[in-house]
Write a protein of this length. Structure first.
Length: 398
């Protein structure tokens, strides 16, 4: 073979290689676009498969690895998601979105130490990133590093004292540190409502059950310690009934920002939203508005929310409800609220604001529930200086 022919063969080989490489890049781009489309349409398994195929052709694709991590995390496959985020960060070590997603995946694995470590690094790069602030504060609270939470949150509170997520976390940290008065003053701001006079308000560190409350400091309780409205009404000899006004799945970005922050969900994370009126012997006594983190009970149905949601969480989804933190204050019913509760505008009511948790202090629900003041009352028995015993809510006699 002549030298000229050899050179021609080499040139042809290189040209074919370039063409093949270009075709491969095009193929990986097509796969990536199909994966994005599948993800947007909610076809999780197809999106995972397509992202994996994209990565097989382009192992260095940061967008493909990052997106695959997000889809895996939404599917509850956190260890696999973490691997993808770590691989993406090897190629783009200062990508703040991927850093935050990595920390969130560790958080949802209940690995709060590693999540906090990732978030500290992120906050050095982006000290104004509020999502990392909220998540790091919550990690500190779960790790009982309350003084660290106070140090972290105090400057943020001074800059924006109206930030409800900061109020909630800082108030909690201060109270746990023994600074009860300061913590109470901070957390009370959450309940302020310009259209309703503050007759009485305050943080009650209680475990939640509609009608029954238990001190939240002692968190080792099973679900049966939470008495549902259905059980409470039945025990009082009344016929319980539920009218479901709304029940739908929404994205976290559609929820009020403070609720999404407290529940630690963002963007497309799914939430169940429900509005229910609870009746006893046909009398409306409770108006409930509740957001629930849908990833913990994905198959919740309309039928499930017509009765005790606590029983459904325990018996159908095997959720280990740890308890809740809530506050109670007196309000006057607005016109629409009064109409739903079958009474008059400006009638006195009790507003219960509650955040419920699963074991490990993982947020499960946020609710704002109104109790008719003329039909329901709360009782609390104090046991000396030890603090409150179980508080009891009971129906008033007509």
């Amino acid at each position: 073979m002549t030298s000229a022919l050899r050179h021609l063969n080499i040139a042809c080989f290189l040209l074919l290689s370039l063409v093949a490489a270009a075709a491969q890049r095009k193929s990986s781009e097509e796969l990536y676009n199909e994966a994005v489309a599948a993800d947007q349409h909610g076809d999780t398994q197809k999106a995972i498969a397509l992202y994996q195929q994209t990565i097989a052709l382009q192992p260095g694709s940061v967008p493909a690895r990052s997106n695959l991590g997000v889809v895996l995390a939404h599917a509850g496959r956190y260890s696999e998601a973490i691997t993808q985020y770590q691989e993406a960060l090897k190629r783009d070590p200062h990508n703040s979105v991927i850093q935050l997603n990595l920390a969130l995946a560790r958080y949802k694995q209940a690995d709060f130490e590693k999540a906090a470590s990732e978030l500290v690094k992120l906050r050095k790069q982006q000290p104004d990133n509020k999502q990392s602030l909220y998540l790091l504060a919550d990690c500190y609270l779960r790790l009982d590093r309350n003084s660290d939470a106070v140090t972290l949150l105090t400057p943020a509170y001074q800059v924006d004292p109206a930030d409800r997520a900061v109020q909630y976390a800082l108030g909690t940290a201060l109270i746990r540190e023994g600074q009860i008065e300061q913590g109470q003053a901070v957390i009370n701001r959450i309940l302020k409502d310009g259209s309703t006079p503050d007759v009485a308000e305050g943080l009650l560190a209680f475990r939640k059950g509609i009608g029954t409350f238990v001190n939240a400091r002692s968190m080792d309780y099973n679900l049966r310690a939470l008495v549902s409205f259905t059980d409470e009404a039945t025990a009082a000899g009344k016929r319980p009934e539920t009218r479901v006004l709304r029940f739908e799945q929404i994205a976290a970005r559609q929820a009020p920002e403070d609720i999404a922050q407290i529940l630690l969900v963002w963007n497309q994370d799914p939430l169940w939203y429900m509005q229910r009126v609870r009746l006893a012997d046909g009398l409306p006594v409770i108006l409930e508005r509740r957001h629930v983190v849908a990833s913990h009970c994905r198959t919740l149905t309309d039928a499930d929310v017509t009765g005790s949601i606590y029983r459904v969480w325990k018996e159908q989804f095997n959720l280990d409800v740890e308890g809740a933190e809530e506050s109670i204050r007196a309000v006057n019913l607005r016109r629409e609220e009064a109409k739903l509760l079958g009474t008059y505008p400006d009638t006195a009511a009790l507003l219960v604001t509650s955040v419920g948790f699963m074991r490990g202090h993982v947020p499960l629900w946020f609710e704002r529930t109104l109790y008719r003041g003329d039909s329901y009352e709360f009782h609390n028995r104090l046991g000396g200086i030890q603090g409150p015993s179980a508080s009891i809510g009971k129906f008033l006699s007509p």
